[in-house]
Write a new protein. Structure first.
Length: 260
């Protein structure tokens, strides 16, 4: 990809700057551009910078992510390397057709935020050459603290009231997706992130690159999101002993559809 190619020449969203450094295509929030430039200027990728950071915190997933502080020594972020899932993951691995899913993830995240759907702010992304027409990419988001994904929260010992409050927060997140007309094809217990602030639980949706927008309040979107989420919740309950039973899920469905 060259600086004059359509994928690179596309205008960055408001509040973001697009630049090219060492053959890497980068989009970063204006206030964090200097930090991102410092990370890219070093002889490694954003992900490698995070993986080698002395203060890194490893976050397990399909590919581990790392929570680190930006070179400004203030801003806490999570850096993850994009990787395919599914049956072809072993073949396609981390290579995507240019310009990768990163631009779509940024566009979706900004649209969700504008529609009052809680999702982490994207600080930057970078796309690296990986052969003809192919790229690898890293995504940098603001770290949400203190918090864990829903699977990790539900694997902890929780009293009944706490578990209900957690699921109420999840139900509210699903309602916001419904109001936004947003269908998340991979809405699972690892892509719902819970933050506890002053005893109140707040839920955020993660990995939004494949979110599809339709009509606000479309019952088919609500049903699709619920179906995918319930499938994941039951899988994690049966395989990993996550603390969630059918009565919890029944209440969750009722809370989402009652307010739909």
């Amino acid at each position: 990809m060259t600086a004059g190619s359509p994928a690179f020449a596309a205008r960055a969203p408001d509040g973001y700057i697009r630049f090219r450094l060492r053959g890497v295509d980068v989009v970063a929030r204006r206030e964090h551009t200097d930090s991102v430039r410092q990370m890219i200027a070093l002889p490694h990728t954003l992900y490698e910078y995070a993986a080698r950071h002395p203060g890194r915190r490893r976050i397990e997933g399909r590919v581990p992510a790392y929570a680190v502080t930006l070179p400004d020594n203030t801003t806490r972020v999570v850096v993850r390397h994009s990787h395919h899932g599914g049956l072809l993951a072993g073949i396609t691995r981390d290579r995507f057709l240019a310009p990768t899913r990163a631009p779509q993830e940024l566009s979706n995240a900004l649209r969700l935020a504008a529609l009052a759907v809680p999702t982490p702010m994207i600080v930057a992304y970078a796309a690296y050459p990986a052969g003809p027409w192919l790229r690898r990419s890293d995504i940098v988001t603001l770290e949400l603290v203190p918090g864990k994904d829903l699977a990790a929260v539900l694997m902890q010992p929780l009293v009944e009231d706490d578990r209900r409050r957690v699921l109420q927060a999840v139900a509210e997140l699903l309602r916001t997706l419904d109001r936004a007309g947003a269908r998340h094809p991979d809405l699972n217990v690892k892509n719902v992130f819970l933050v506890n602030r002053c005893g109140a639980w707040h839920a955020y949706v993660l990995d939004v690159d494949r979110v599809v927008f339709g009509r606000t309040g479309d019952a088919r979107i609500t049903e699709a999101n619920l179906r995918r989420f319930l499938q994941s919740a039951r899988k994690w309950r049966d395989r990993y002993s996550v603390q969630i039973d059918e009565s919890d899920l029944t209440r969750l469905v009722a809370a989402v559809t009652r307010h739909g």
